[in-house]
Design a protein. Sequence first.
Lengths: 440, 297
Amino acid sequence: MQRKFRMAAMSAAVVSALALAGCTAATTEPAAGGCEPSDGPVNLTYAAWWPGADEVVALWNEQNPDVQVEFQTGPSGNAGTYQNFFNQIAAGNAPDLGQIEYDALPNFRVQDGLENIAACGDILAAGDQFVDWTWSQTTFGEADAVYAIPQDSGPVAMYYRADLFEAAGIPVPTTWDEYAAAAAQIKALGSFITNFPKTDVNWFAGMVWQNGGQWFTNNGADWSVDLTSAKSLEVADYWQGLLDRQEVSTLASFSDEWNASFNTGQQWTWISAVWGAGTIRSGAPDTSGKWAVALMPQWKAGDNAAGNWGGSSTAVLKGSKHPYEAAQFALWLNTDPDALALANELGGLYPASKDGANLPVFKAEQEFYGGQKIYDVFAEASAQVIPDFVWGPTMTQTYTDVSDGFGAVIGGTGTLADALATGTEKTIAALTALSIPVAE
Amino acid sequence: MSVTSLNRASTGRGSQREPILSRAAAMLIMGVFTLYFLIPIWWLLVSSTKTQGQFTTTPPLIFTAEAIPTFFSNLGGLFTYNDNVFLKWILNSILYAGAGALIGTLIAAMCGYALAKYGFRGREAVFNVVLSGVLVPATALALPLFLIFSQVGLTNTFWAVFLPSIVSPFGVYLARIYAASSVPDELLEAARLDGSSEVRTFFTVATRLMAPALVTIFLFQFVAIWNNFFLPLIMLRDPSLFPVTLGLYSWNSSIGQNPELRSFVVIGAFVSIVPLIIAFLSLQRFWSGGLAAGSIK
């Protein structure tokens, strides 16, 4: 036993000496802007939680003997991995690359957790290969800056029960007004047009996004927070109306009850992202062949705007000793046809790469959706996503506070607009507490 | 006469009725609590015998007709998913908790014994410092530990979880109390006169007398390490080092993306409590003895 301890202590001492040596080496490296390939073989670490990431990494390792990537994993970002990244960045032992969702990128940016990889080879020029809005999420609109490579996206469309709409003789809604009218008719038939997800505040943000609204703006120095702009309130009042008339259910999203209500035909539509296709398929197996997908209802007839819900990027975290190789891996991961095909097969990712959307897998007819080529719809939606939506630096907190307010609305207290107003106040307080400058 | 007999009869009946009533009340309360604690486990057992689709379509607390084959196919799926990673996690947990509790118990026993049986300057101060360790939750120490382990380059290694697990302030406390009351000074004196070294006396005499307390400390520590979640969450990134708690948590956090994991999380949670149940049932009689001894003082 004692020997064991001594060995551990000794190895600890040796390793700490190595770590110190590593630190001094890092400080003598050229400053940001110079991003050169390393000499000799390179070992990288990549931490992610999307399913199948390990196998895609294995594919890279096979093809690149000189740049070997070690895959690491953990719970999803908000469930702990983001906090771990911040701890590791502070301790100087973060992985070279990490999966970061778009709505968490600003948090890492304001805390200086990301490497600018714009100068790492042809990264800056790679922007053309990605859907516009995803690229602006990873550059923050800064010149000569790229902080992450877009990975997947969640363009939103409307899943609907084609059979039920047809049997009831209700036209499939193309505007939000028609959607509300259909909601009333469906309620009269004893079902719901959809479920209002009180905890999915990022879904609600996607609805505001479609309406051209903004919750955050950043003029380069200060942040502005306004969850109650006219566009945002229009969305809030709309859903408040559906809630007041009890035309939407209020089940907990992704719960067993929620799945069951889809499976039993209680839900006629779901306004959701491209990845939702798999969610319905596994949660409501009895409804196979009865669903179809259409573009989102519009605020004004004839418009063509879409929102987005979810999606991740691959970022090079601060302190990486091999940003050049890390950036090349990130670019390969999110543009190589084989990598994208595998990521879709194993993880259901819908690529942010423009060419990725043309993979054979996205051209297939979907049996569950009555033989429709649903990814054609999502490709159209993806192109309609408004490009300049901005996430705040403390989205986890914003989500929690707004979600508390939404929960109170479901419980009969206040309105969605009140919840957004409270969310604005609390977000400003949180930013101030973090010494992030807020414009008055 | 008749009055007194009546009185006697009524008081007699009353005094008989009261114990029955209070006993019934006690039984009722215990029964309610037993149900309260067992229903979730029952739900877990029943749910682990269901397919994904049956979660929503069948009653939650009743077995389905094909429960047994489904249970085994779930079990097979759980253990083979992602290159047997779940088996790896269970073995990791057994190693962290088993070895950690064993060494932790030994250290706590030595420390408690020394504090109880040797007079030295600063003894009470040392004991008070150890006691204050009981008051600091392990969760609060996880982040400082991470930063310290980062300094010596031990994060994301076996040692990152193992080393903090072998420390048990509560074990030291219990060992000291128990050693003071159950190891007579006369016996140690006799051992010394017979020429036994202090170390030998500790291992051959003291540990036997302290056995019930040691089992208690072992169980406490085993359960604490088995259920430890926050420390591995912060320390580990390599899935082959995860204990079962962290593994199940990371599966559960990605159910939205990967719905097939839902049934694996359920049956995995069930499998993960089996070792705890075995440990408790097999060490139960020592456990209760040790607890009572600790509570006297």
